[in-house]
Design a protein around this ligand. Structure first.
Ligand code: MRU
Length: 350
């Protein structure tokens, strides 16, 4: 498997480097964010995307801010840092990882006794947060690989791979680990209208690794399940609350169809995606621009004046989930949130 460095911190340049995911598969272009505003734009425009990668972007965003604030007074430094951190945190509302990444680094900076120490703490916290997020994908892959038969076809939605996580991936991490173990796995990637993360990104990164992948229109998934051409479904998540899984819009539809056809439906996500605090009704589901749906390939596909609804995510109730594949193992619903709470560790959740 070829490493993909989705997002990284360049300490010498004091910048966040990321792969511009809006240009893939045509071009693999690196973007260097030297300011918080540029990073916020990269998050909003989906140059960097996917819950764990957003968490890393959040952590690096606070580090970037800490580097760029030249205030010498500790209290004033922290006040400016907190304002910049808030810009990063609110760049997108649904993936809980973004808030967590911001909070972990902000907390580390606030624990310091001086500006110098706050900057050092921010760097240590951000880089170790990114390492933990990357490592947890390998743990997810190991746990999940055991669930896959020796030969199987996995249907996935959106992109929950290396591009969404820093490396390896969650849903695609399970596929990668199973292949490393010698299993014969092929993937059906739903194209994922309107922004085509499945067609553009999942297909790109799996092809690069030599994993057999076929792209289908989202609307074909139920038919393939009916024809028994899908053995299991694995998706990632942007947030798992006590009552629902938030993931790319279309996920719920696959979960309902999988249940109807008796096909296992797995959600692969690190603990950083679990949110024990909010109920699903308290979570904002991002609504994106009309144009993302109303135009396609540069052409207008919806008549002017006709409304569009463009929710970026939907919610799947836990009872449609066969199991959660996490960095602490495979968990079956109903989840034991007390046990999860003990596993969250010092960073906790938002
Ligand atoms: O809008 P996006 O592309 O950021 O949405 C991403 C998803 O919905 C992914 O499935 C999710 O973040 C899991 S990534 C491991």
């Amino acid at each position: 498997m070829k490493a993909i460095e989705t997002i990284s911190w360049d300490d010498a340049a004091g910048a966040v480097t990321l792969i511009d995911q809006t240009r893939l598969p045509g071009r693999c272009r690196l973007v260097r964010c030297r300011t918080v505003d540029r990073l916020v734009a990269a998050i909003r425009d989906l140059e960097v995307r996917g819950a764990p990668a957003l968490g890393i972007a959040g952590a690096y965003g606070v580090l970037l801010a800490a580097r760029r604030i030249h205030e010498r007074d500790h209290a004033l430094f922290l006040r400016s840092l907190s304002a910049e951190a808030e810009k990063v945190r609110t760049a997108r509302p649904t993936a809980v990882n973004l808030s967590l990444g911001v909070r972990v680094v902000m907390d580390a900076a606030e624990r310091a006794g001086s500006v110098k120490e706050a900057k050092e703490n921010a760097r240590d916290a951000a880089t170790s947060f990114a390492d933990v997020e990357s490592r947890s994908c390998h743990a997810i892959g190991e746990s999940g690989a055991a669930l896959l038969p020796e030969r199987c076809t996995v249907l996935t939605h959106c992109n929950a791979g290396a591009l969404a996580c820093g490396e390896w991936g969650t849903a695609l991490g399970v596929v990668r680990s199973a292949i490393v173990q010698g299993k014969e796995v092929s993937v059906i990637a739903c194209e994922t209208r309107p922004l085509l993360q499945g067609a553009r990104l999942t297909a790109w990164e799996l092809q690069r690794d030599g994993v057999p992948v076929t792209v289908i229109p989202d609307s074909e998934a139920a038919f393939l399940m009916q024809r028994q051409e899908v053995d299991l479904v694995i998706v990632g998540a942007d947030r798992v609350t006590r009552d629902a899984v938030f993931n790319k819009v279309g996920t719920y539809m696959h979960a309902v169809c999988a249940r109807h056809h008796g096909i296992p439906f797995y959600v692969a996500a690190p603990l950083s995606t679990f949110d024990p605090v909010h109920a699903s009704r308290e979570v904002t589901i991002e609504e994106r621009a009309r144009d993302e749906v109303a135009s396609c390939g540069g052409s207008v596909v919806v008549p002017d004046g006709v409304g569009v609804k463009n929710y970026a995510f939907d919610t799947t109730p836990h009872d449609l989930v066969t199991a959660f594949v996490t960095d602490i193992g495979v968990l079956h619903p109903p989840l034991d949130w007390e046990e999860l709470g003990r596993a969250f560790g010092p960073a906790g959740t938002v």
